[in-house]
Design a protein around this ligand. Structure first.
Ligand SMILES: C[S@@+](CC[C@H](N)C(=O)[O-])C[C@H]1O[C@@H](n2cnc3c(N)ncnc32)[C@H](O)[C@@H]1O
Length: 387
């Protein structure tokens, strides 16, 4: 067994140098909590387009400690079931649970501004590492953590016990929060949500903070930090870019199959005023989701290798298909919502405003609507009604 205390001290020093670890109490937590306790039975490391399983028991202890304290997110489950002890060979798969990279975990945790005695609700227990840090800081009775996957929840609970914490690990859909232990002073989600569920606002005390990654496009999501008022609303802003795996119950069903069938009946065709490839950039992708919630960006390849680009909104049976002609783009749109008209108008207004950063986006949540805005331009204001 390797003594990982030096690894933990080194991790705390790196996080301090990076500017994310600023509070002595959180530094003490990082130095105290062995991340390796939360990685059983093992992890999947990227190996080209596949994942190489590495288990704790099958590894050299020094090598395992290096992995455990690397500044990486460590994937612990693929495709909603596979763990690293269940395969010896590299496998293809989609990560469904992980130990988030400590720099992200500590950055979020510090932004929570917790105080002694605060009750925290965490959504997305994962390995339990972030829950353990919070138990160290606040005490095990002040941390409630919800994990949707029963196997993941059981492993996290066992790891928390091994580390000395009998916390409230709940198996269930975290989008419902956990009413039985409410109200909370802080809610933190370590999975992304397409919008913050109102249940989290309802379960938070006035003055409390809710921190969660909003959006559903890869590399186009933002970390929302809102403060709950005593009228049951919450207001705040996007404080940073942020990227997390999507909450399972909100997971976007990838659009596949015959895309030409989805775009067979266009209602209009015109030159695009904004090149659609801008949607590969973070802030334009975020703006597009504000303008057209429910839309998905889809990249595909034709049989002849040509790159294809679309925006689909399956619930509204609407599409925009983009056709490149040299530097210029033509857009064909179909369905009740002219998706590119809506997105393009928002992108043009955003460019006219000087392409402001994601941290300029403000947000207000009520039971009936989520409103996002930048400045006072009505073209940069989006109200998403809950219907
Ligand atoms: C990135 S991991 C969490 C990392 C974790 N905080 C850590 O430090 O190890 C995201 C977790 O959220 C869980 N999750 C996804 N959707 C959820 C939901 N609706 N409710 C609760 N947990 C959910 C996933 O199963 C996954 O374990």
């Amino acid at each position: 067994m390797t003594d990982t205390a030096p690894h933990r001290r080194a991790l705390a020093a790196r996080l301090t140098t990076a500017g994310v670890l600023t509070t002595p109490a959180w530094r003490a937590a990082v130095q105290a909590i062995p991340r390796e306790n939360f990685l059983n039975p093992g992890v999947f490391l990227p190996d080209g387009s596949r994942w190489r399983p590495v288990t704790a028991t099958g590894s050299d202890p020094a090598e395992w400690a290096e992995i455990a304290y690397s500044d990486e997110s460590l994937t612990t489950q693929l495709d909603g079931h596979l763990t690293a002890d269940q395969t010896a060979e590299p496998v293809a798969g989609y990560p469904t649970s992980s130990s988030t990279t400590p720099v992200t975990v500590l950055d979020m945790i510090e932004r929570l501004e917790v105080q002694d005695g605060h009750q925290v609700l965490e959504i997305g227990t994962g390995t339990g590492y972030s829950s353990a840090l919070m138990c160290h800081r606040l005490g095990e009775d002040n941390v409630t953590t919800v994990e949707v996957d029963p196997g993941v929840a059981a492993r996290a609970d066992a790891a928390l016990e091994t580390t000395g914490f009998s916390t409230w690990t709940v198996t269930g859909d975290g989008l419902l929060g956990h009413p039985r232990r409410a109200p909370y002073d802080r809610v933190i989600a370590t999975c992304a949500v397409s919008r913050i569920p109102y249940t989290w606002i309802r379960q938070t005390r006035p003055g409390g903070i809710v921190l969660a990654t909003v959006g559903s496009w890869g590399y186009g999501t933002g970390l929302a930090k809102v403060v709950v008022s005593d009228h049951g609303t919450a207001e705040g802003r996007i404080v940073d870019r942020s990227s997390f795996m999507q909450a399972r119950s909100q997971a976007v069903v990838p659009i596949a199959g015959d895309l030409s069938a989805r775009t067979a009946y266009p209602d209009s065709e015109r030159p695009a005023k904004v090149r659609p490839t801008i949607l590969g950039e973070w802030m334009p992708a975020f703006i597009a989701q504000l303008a057209a919630p429910g839309a998905q960006l889809v990249r595909a390849r034709a049989d002849d290798g040509e790159q294809l680009l679309y925006v689909f909104d399956p619930a509204r049976e609407s599409f925009a298909e983009f056709i490149a002609e040299g530097e210029a783009w033509t857009v064909r749109q179909g369905g009740p919502v002219a998706l590119w008209d809506v997105i393009e108008r928002a992108l043009l207004a955003w460019k006219d405003a000087g392409s402001p950063d994601i941290t300029t986006v403000q947000v207000r949540i009520t039971e009936r609507a989520h409103t996002y805005w930048i400045g006072d331009n009505p073209e940069l204001r989006w109200e998403h009604r809950i219907v």
